[in-house]
Design a protein. Structure first.
Length: 598
C-alpha cells in the first residue's frame, strides 16, 4: 500500500470527489482528476526515493530543486516533496544560470529535477560553478509512467510533518535568502485564505502566475487544492489568450472556432472562470486591450467578468492604482477588485473582505484569520494602539507592520543572523512596510467575517524605499503614485526619494506618459514638470508634490509587477552618490554667492 506523510492538505484531497477535475492544461485541454492525484503523487514519491537513493527516513529535510513548467507535473512534483518530508525548492526557468546555481549551492540541493522543456537549461546550470553537483534527473521519470494502484495511506500525524517548501526572496538589497516554509506553515496559510476568500469545489481558477512566488503557489495552487477547486494553467500570461479564455464559455461553437487557432481545444466545453488573481500590471494590460478585441469576443468577455460568473477578482503583489480599480469595476458592471498584502515570509497577512463595503480604495483591509498584526512607531519603537489615528503633534500615527501567528515562516535557511534581525525579542516578524489604520464608514463591521472588523490598514510603502523624509515630513511614495496615476497624461510611474542638501530628501517622479501626455504640455508640447505640479496642486499638500520629474520610455518590473526602485534611481538619475555630490556642490555654490554679496 502506498504511503504519504499525513497533512491537512492530503486529507482534504483524499476526501474530494474523485471525479472532480483538479488540474487542466488550458491550451491542450488535458485534464486530471482528484481521484488520480494522490495515486500519482504516491508513485512519484517512490521514484524520487529511488532516484536519490534515499529511504523514507533519510530523505527528511533534503532539498529537492526542480525546473518544471506550470502544469500537472509541477503539482505532482511539489506534492511528492511534501509527501516525502523533503523540502521543495521550485526554480524560475526565467532566471539566468548563475542565479540558479546560487540557489542550488545555497540550498545544498540533493537533486535537480528538470522537465524536457528545460533540460538544456538544467545542463547549463550543472556545467560549472557548483560547490557540489546535485543528482540530475528527468522529472518525467518521476511523475509519469506506471501509476500507483490501490488505496493511498496517509501515515503519521500532520503536526509531525517535517518537510515544506523553500522560496527565495527577490534579493533587491542583498543576495536572495531562502525562506523556509514548513508544512504546518503552508497549511496554516492555506486554511487562512480558505476561510477568508471562501474557495469552493465549484471554483474554476485561471492560473497565469509564475510558481516560484508565494502568490502563485499558495494563493493559486495549494489553497484551491485544499478546497477541491479546479486549477487551469495558462502560463506565461498572454493578454489576448486570457481574454479569449474568459470569453470561451459564452461563445457558440462557430464563434469559438473562428477565434481560436489549432493549439486550442475549442470544441471542448470550457467552464466559466470564477476566480482570477493577478498583479496590477496584468489588470492594466487587460483594460488597455479590451476595446481592441473582436466584437464577439468583447461581448462574451463583458458577460464573463460579471460577478455572477467571475465571483472573485483579486489584485496583489504590488500597489493597485485606484484608477485601475475603478476602470475594472466600470467594465465588469461593479465587480470590485479585492486587494490584499503579503510577502514570501508570511504568505498573505492582510486582506480586504468579500463584501463590497470591505473593498476599500487604497486599503489592504484587515489581518486575515489566525494572523496577528500590530503597528510599531519607527522612531519611538512603541506599539501604536488600535484607535489612535494621530500623534500628539497632529500627524498620522504610522508604524511598521509587524506580524505573528502560525502563518509566519520560521527562519531564513542557514542564516540565523538575518532571522534574528527580522524578528523582535517577543517573536513578531518585522515586515519593513509602513502603514496607518483608519476607521472607514460602513466598512469593518464584520460583513466579510469576524476577522474583518475595526479600522482598516493603508500601506504607505517600504520602510526604506517608499517612505520619503523631506523637511521633517514623511511622504508616502505610494500615495503620490496613486494621484499621478489618476492623471490622464500618466501611463505608469514610480515615486522615489533623492538626496537633498536642503530637505534631507526630495520627492521625485519617474513617469511613462500616455498618448495624451505626449502632446498635453503647455503650448502643445510634451507634458512636463510644471504641468505635473499644476495638476497635483489641489490633490496633495505642497511638500508631497514631486520637485523633480523624469520622463522615460519604460519602467522595468519583475514577474510580480514590482519595481526595484534602488536600481531604477541609479539608472535614471545616475546614482545616489553622484546626486548627493551634485546637491552639495550646488549648495556650496549658493553659499559662496551669498558670502560674495554680503
Amino acid at each position: 500500500m502506498a504511503a504519504l506523510q499525513r497533512s491537512a492538505l492530503f486529507e482534504a484531497i483524499q476526501k474530494h470527489d474523485p471525479e472532480t477535475t483538479a488540474v487542466i492544461h488550458s491550451l491542450s485541454g488535458r485534464s486530471f482528476t482528484y481521484g488520480s492525484l494522490l495515486h500519482d503523487v504516491s508513485a512519484a514519491k517512490e521514484r524520487l526515493l529511488a532516484a536519490t537513493g534515499k529511504t523514507e527516513d533519510s530523505i527528511v529535510g533534503e532539498r529537492v530543486a526542480f525546473l518544471v513548467e506550470n502544469g500537472y507535473d509541477y503539482v505532482v512534483t511539489l506534492l511528492a516533496c511534501l509527501a516525502s518530508n523533503a523540502i521543495a525548492v521550485p526554480l524560475a526557468p526565467s532566471f539566468p544560470a548563475s542565479e540558479l546555481r546560487y540557489i542550488i549551492n545555497h540550498s545544498e540541493a540533493l537533486i535537480l529535477l528538470s522537465s524536457a522543456k528545460f533540460s538544456s537549461k538544467a545542463q547549463e546550470v550543472l556545467q560549472d560553478g557548483l560547490d557540489k553537483a546535485p543528482i540530475s534527473a528527468s522529472v518525467e521519470k518521476i511523475t509519469q509512467g506506471a501509476r500507483s494502484n490501490g488505496q493511498v495511506e496517509l501515515r503519521g500525524q500532520a503536526y509531525n510533518a517535517e518537510g515544506g517548501m523553500m522560496l527565495y526572496t527577490s534579493g533587491t538589497t542583498a543576495r536572495p535568502k531562502g525562506v523556509l516554509l514548513p508544512n504546518l506553515v503552508l497549511q496554516a496559510q492555506a486554511h487562512s485564505l480558505h476561510e477568508a476568500w471562501q474557495y469552493t469545489p465549484k471554483d474554476h481558477l485561471l492560473h497565469v502566475l509564475p510558481l516560484h512566488h508565494i502568490h502563485g503557489t499558495v494563493n493559486a495552487l495549494l489553497t484551491p487544492l485544499l478546497a477541491g477547486s479546479t486549477i487551469e494553467f495558462m502560463f506565461p500570461f498572454n493578454v489576448d489568450s486570457v481574454w479569449k479564455r474568459f470569453a470561451a464559455p459564452f461563445l457558440n461553437k462557430e464563434q469559438a472556432n473562428g477565434h481560436y487557432d489549432g493549439t486550442h481545444t475549442s470544441s471542448q466545453r470550457k467552464e466559466p472562470v470564477t476566480f482570477f488573481t493577478v498583479v496590477p500590471t496584468i489588470w492594466a494590460r487587460m483594460l488597455q486591450s479590451h476595446t481592441a478585441l473582436p466584437t464577439e469576443i468583447r461581448k462574451a468577455t463583458n458577460e464573463a467578468i460579471k460577478r455572477e460568473h467571475l465571483r472573485l477578482n483579486i489584485s496583489g503583489s504590488a500597489a493597485l492604482p485606484t484608477p485601475t480599480k475603478r476602470a475594472w469595476s466600470e467594465l465588469s458592471y461593479g465587480n470590485i477588485l479585492l486587494e490584499r498584502f503579503g510577502m514570501t515570509e508570511v504568505g498573505m497577512a492582510l486582506s480586504c473582505g468579500l463584501a463590497d463595503e470591505d473593498r476599500i480604495d487604497g486599503s489592504v483591509g484587515w489581518p486575515l484569520p489566525h494572523v496577528e498584526a500590530r503597528l510599531v512607531d519607527s522612531d519611538t519603537h512603541e506599539v501604536v494602539p488600535i484607535g489612535q489615528y494621530t500623534t500628539s503633534d497632529g500627524k498620522e500615527a504610522s508604524g511598521e507592520i509587524q506580524l505573528r501567528g502560525p502563518t509566519i515562516f520560521k527562519g531564513y535557511w542557514r542564516n540565523p543572523e538575518a532571522t534574528k534581525k527580522e524578528f523582535t525579542h517577543d517573536g513578531w516578524f518585522k515586515t519593513g512596510d509602513i502603514a496607518v489604520r483608519k476607521a472607514v464608514p460602513g466598512a469593518g463591521l464584520g460583513k466579510s467575517g469576524s476577522w474583518a472588523t475595526g479600522p482598516a490598514y493603508f500601506i504607505h510603502g517600504r520602510k526604506s524605499a517608499d517612505i520619503i523624509k523631506t523637511g521633517g515630513e514623511k511622504v508616502s511614495a505610494l500615495e503620490v503614485e496613486r494621484e499621478l496615476l489618476g492623471l490622464p497624461e500618466v501611463s505608469e510611474c514610480a515615486v522615489v526619494g533623492l538626496p537633498s542638501e536642503a530637505w534631507g530628501q526630495k520627492v521625485a517622479a519617474i513617469v511613462m506618459l500616455s498618448d495624451k501626455g505626449v502632446t498635453a504640455g503647455k503650448g502643445g508640447g510634451q507634458w512636463g514638470a510644471m504641468d505635473m505640479r499644476r495638476a497635483l496642486k489641489d490633490k496633495l499638500v505642497a511638500y508631497k508634490i514631486p520637485q523633480d520629474l523624469k520622463i522615460v520610455e519604460t519602467i522595468p518590473r519583475n514577474a510580480m509587477g514590482k519595481i526595484n526602485k534602488k536600481t531604477l534611481v541609479e539608472e535614471v538619475f545616475g546614482g545616489q552618490e553622484r546626486i548627493r555630490r551634485r546637491s552639495m556642490a550646488v549648495a556650496e555654490e549658493k553659499a559662496r554667492g551669498r558670502k560674495g554679496g554680503s
